[in-house]
Design a protein around this ligand. Structure first.
Ligand code: GLN
Length: 487
């Protein structure tokens, strides 16, 4: 079925004119119709608009318009509800934005469209990307395609579930502390968080600006490389995007990793790690060795402080970023007798409990008297964490870890215990604090029930080529990425 194809498979068929973009898009829409009642990956989608884009793509295809500048011509890509797509709703999984329609495209979206993609749908997420399970959405929970009694991970749970359920060919998500890699692991797809500054954040509604990055969810590593190449690059509208040349990421996927040094952080094989996760990662490490990589034990000594550091910095930045949703500049207004009452009624009614918890925490750590004790200290620890990685990367080309300490947990299992929920990001958070890149690739399944597991590879700042080379070589030597959930 066309909706099950990868970008490269579908692009080849479209290029040979064996199939049309309309047929491929219709196949995705039919799959949504068939399974999304169970999964609820999409908050909404506009089928007519998707088909109109497909028809435009078909016209270009028949005029020989694919070419090198349009590697995504006719490929349906769905989008997390935190990225601005012109004339589409933008809710960030929250009630507070009401009926807001985006007046412009995010830079990453603009680039996808310029490359010919059919950009459609609003994918469910934890409100303002705060969460690890997609249970914190004002639009209901998303379910894991491998077991609908379980969470798909978060915060980009809709993006992961939609790709795993073949409701689109690929999708976009965002990653502040693991929100691409963790749901990718839990749903059995590939999820890539690029180096901070690699992709412009213009048009991404900010959660924690020094940590947020946009990235792809795909069915294989090659597709992730393709989307990364399309979306990367300097943007005058985001001063944190870096003017580094964009390499040909697909060309880096040589399959040859002989002689590469891969670091195994001794601090990551910890107590809370599920035995089946550990076994799968151990087997993956053996496989990498078989492919010719050299495994080196490394130390990231400040790992223990990562979760605490993250929850100070991320909440501090969130409390500042979310101040704009006040019912005057942004937000569905609830009137009051004076501005203060208007603000508090608007924010009280619009934000869900997790967002409120984070705003209160963030405001506290920034308040005078506590700023030095919490925020400033967290910034210092952040530097130590980054230095741990830079030091490790003097010895190794990439780092191997589990993506998540457990497979997908049950819906409701951790929702009353924020601390337990926060611990599900223990292996992904440091990467954002350090500003480096990371990718999760499927590396096996638990036995009973059968749930996907992810292997995380971490790369140097702007070291996506080597990181993806390792991920690709591993993936191609296994068949985990080809397994499909029974739906
Ligand atoms: N789960 C983490 C959090 O709740 C990370 C979220 C994200 O990466 N957006 O903050």
């Amino acid at each position: 079925m066309l909706n099950q194809l990868t970008i490269s498979e579908l692009a080849a068929r479209l290029g040979r004119r064996e199939v049309s973009a309309r047929e491929a898009t219709q196949a995705c829409l039919d799959q949504i119709q068939r399974v999304d009642g169970k999964i609820h990956a999409f908050i909404s989608h506009d089928a007519a608009d998707a088909l109109a884009q497909a028809d435009a793509a078909d016209k270009l295809l028949s005029n020989g318009g694919r070419g090198a500048s349009r590697p995504l011509l006719g490929i349906p890509v769905a989008v997390k509800d935190v990225l601005a797509v012109k004339n589409q709703p933008l809710n960030c999984g929250s009630k507070i934005l009401g009926k807001f329609i985006s007046p412009y495209d995010a830079t990453a979206i603009e680039k996808l469209k310029a490359a010919g993609a059919i950009v459609f749908g609003r994918l469910n997420m934890d409100e303002f990307a705060m969460g690890s399970s997609t249970e914190n959405s004002a639009f209901g929970v998303t379910r894991n395609p491998w077991d609908i009694t379980r969470i798909p991970g978060g915060s980009s749970g809709g993006s992961a579930a939609a790709v795993a359920a073949d409701e689109c060919i690929a999708s976009l998500g965002t990653d502040t502390g693991g929100s691409i890699r963790q749901p990718a692991a839990l749903c059995g797809c590939v999820g890539l968080k690029p180096t901070y500054g690699r992709i412009s954040r213009y048009g991404l509604v900010a959660f924690a600006s020094s940590l947020d990055q946009i990235g792809p969810f795909t069915k294989d590593v090659r597709d992730a490389a393709t989307l990364l190449g399309v979306m990367s690059g300097h943007d005058l509208r985001d001063s944190t995007s870096v003017p580094q040349p964009v390499p040909d990421y697909a060309a880096a996927l040589t399959g040859d990793i002989k002689g590469l040094k891969l670091g195994l952080p001794k601090e990551y094989m910890i107590g809370g790690l599920d035995p089946e996760v550990k076994a799968a990662v151990d087997a993956a490490v053996k496989q990498l060795e078989k492919l010719g990589a050299e495994i080196v034990e490394i130390s990231l000594p400040h790992t223990d402080y990562a979760v605490a550091t993250y929850y100070i910095i991320a909440t501090a930045e969130a409390s500042a970023n979310l101040a704009r949703f006040d019912g005057i500049r942004y937000g569905a207004r609830v009137d009051g007798n004076d501005p203060i009452e208007l603000y508090s009624k608007t924010r009280g009614a619009g934000f869900g409990p997790e967002v409120k918890r984070r705003i209160i925490l963030g405001t506290y750590v920034l308040s005078s008297g506590y700023y030095d004790a919490y925020y400033l200290r967290a910034q210092k620890v952040r530097t130590l964490i980054r230095n741990d990685f830079l030091k490790a990367f003097e010895k190794v080309d990439a780092i191997v870890t589990p993506t998540s300490p457990t497979a997908a947990f049950k819906i409701g299992e951790k929702s009353d215990d924020p601390l337990q929920m926060y611990l599900s990001d223990i292996f992904t958070i440091s990467c954002n604090l350090a500003g480096i890149c990371g990718v999760s690739v499927p590396c096996g399944f638990t036995k009973n029930p059968k749930l996907p597991l992810g292997l995380q590879l971490l790369g140097k700042p702007f070291g996506e080529e080597t990181m993806l080379r390792v991920a690709h070589a591993y993936e191609q030597s296994t068949s985990w990425h080809q397994a499909k959930a029974a739906l």
